[in-house]
Design a protein around this ligand. Structure first.
Ligand code: DAH
Length: 343
């Protein structure tokens, strides 16, 4: 009988499928397939309805006993499965979990750490200073004259809770005050770097009110500008590659004399000229110079006996050049799609 064959096939499929159930999701899918409203078993009623009247009694009996058998098999499977899962603390470890994102360091942390490692390998030790800084360390001791326009070079967040008139305290505008703090309490020779947050009242596609800098300082009785040139060139080569050229341009900072701004050949066009380097072939990367004798005097180090160099660079700027990013604000938006690129 053709209908009987259908029942045999159905039973075989059922036995095969039930063997493959290994978790609750499989079990539920199986239940819907065989026992749900529009399931294979409910279709059997159609077979019965369409059968000729002489076959109906036998077929009806067969369908009923098949249903009972399959229902028992299903219950057995369900019990054994939930017993297994209960033994595993009701946690079904066979269910596929949601994909998750393995965390990684923020691109600024990556570049900061890389820069620190390069300078450490060149013999620099780490020094830190406070974010809330006294005007004295941030400006005066660094040879910024009082009320001099040089203070306007850096748009300062003054903390006027302290002393409105004297504007004694502020959020440090650069990491250079750490130089002063370090020199005040240590006898040369030394060479330090100081990484940290700095704050300026400025915001556009290349400025954010908070950003990161790394400061460098080396003082001894025989340090020269040539040492500064070598250290900075080596740093740039290690971060960006040995095919990069450097250029030292005269500049001005109150705390160094002579002062320079250091450029590197554009990583995108290798000096040919492009949008990133504004067709100059060069990008500015940091400021540096020989420590001004007035700064040494302010920390009671004799400029007749000692000299040294200092440099300072913005980490966001390095990261932007390194990763070809043209809007600094991307670093602070916490867009996971952006951050994932640095995995
Ligand atoms: N403090 C400077 C700034 O934030 C950067 C800098 C330039 C630091 C020259 C230095 C230096 O130590 O010698 O713009």
């Amino acid at each position: 009988m053709e209908e009987m064959q259908k029942l045999i096939d159905l039973r075989n499929d059922f036995l095969k499928d039930i063997e493959e159930i290994s978790n609750r999701v499989d079990l539920e899918n199986f239940r819907v397939k065989y026992f749900g409203k529009k399931s294979i078993l409910s279709d059997l009623m159609n077979i019965l309805r369409d059968a000729s009247s002489d076959k109906k009694p036998i077929l009806g009996k067969e369908i009923n006993s098949l249903k009972i058998e399959l229902k028992n098999l299903f219950d057995e499977k369900k019990n054994s499965l939930s017993k297994n899962l209960d033994e595993c603390n009701t946690f079904d470890k066979t269910i596929k979990g949601n994909e998750f994102f393995i965390s990684n360091f923020h691109p600024i942390t990556l570049v900061m750490n890389e820069a620190i490692e390069v300078f450490k390998s060149l013999g620099f030790s780490l020094a830190y200073g406070p974010d809330i800084e006294a005007d004295y360390y941030n400006f005066s001791a660094l040879n910024f004259p009082d009320e001099h326009p040089a203070r306007d070079m850096q748009d300062t967040f003054f903390l006027d809770d302290y002393d409105e008139n004297k504007k004694n305290f502020l959020l440090r505008t650069h990491t250079s005050p750490v130089q002063v703090r370090y020199m005040k309490y240590h006898k040369p020779p030394f060479q330090i770097i100081s990484p940290g947050n700095v704050y300026r009242c400025d915001s556009d596609i290349s400025h954010t009110p908070m950003f990161h800098q790394i400061e460098g300082l080396a003082i001894s009785n025989d340090i020269s500008f040539a040492n500064l040139k070598w250290i900075l060139t080596e740093f740039i080569h290690r971060i960006f590659g040995y095919d990069i050229n450097t250029r030292f341009r005269p500049s001005f900072f109150p705390f160094t004399e002579p002062s320079v701004e250091v450029d590197m050949s554009c990583v995108i066009c290798h000096g040919k000229g492009c949008r990133v380097c504004k067709d100059t072939g060069w990008v500015e990367i940091l400021g540096a110079g020989m420590v001004h004798p007035n700064v040494l005097k302010n920390v009671s180090i004799s400029p007749d006996e000692y000299q040294g160099f200092a440099f300072g660079m913005g980490i966001e700027r390095i990261a932007m050049i390194k990763y070809g990013i043209d809007d600094i604000r991307l670093f602070f938006e916490n867009d996971i799609r952006f951050l994932k690129k640095f995995c």
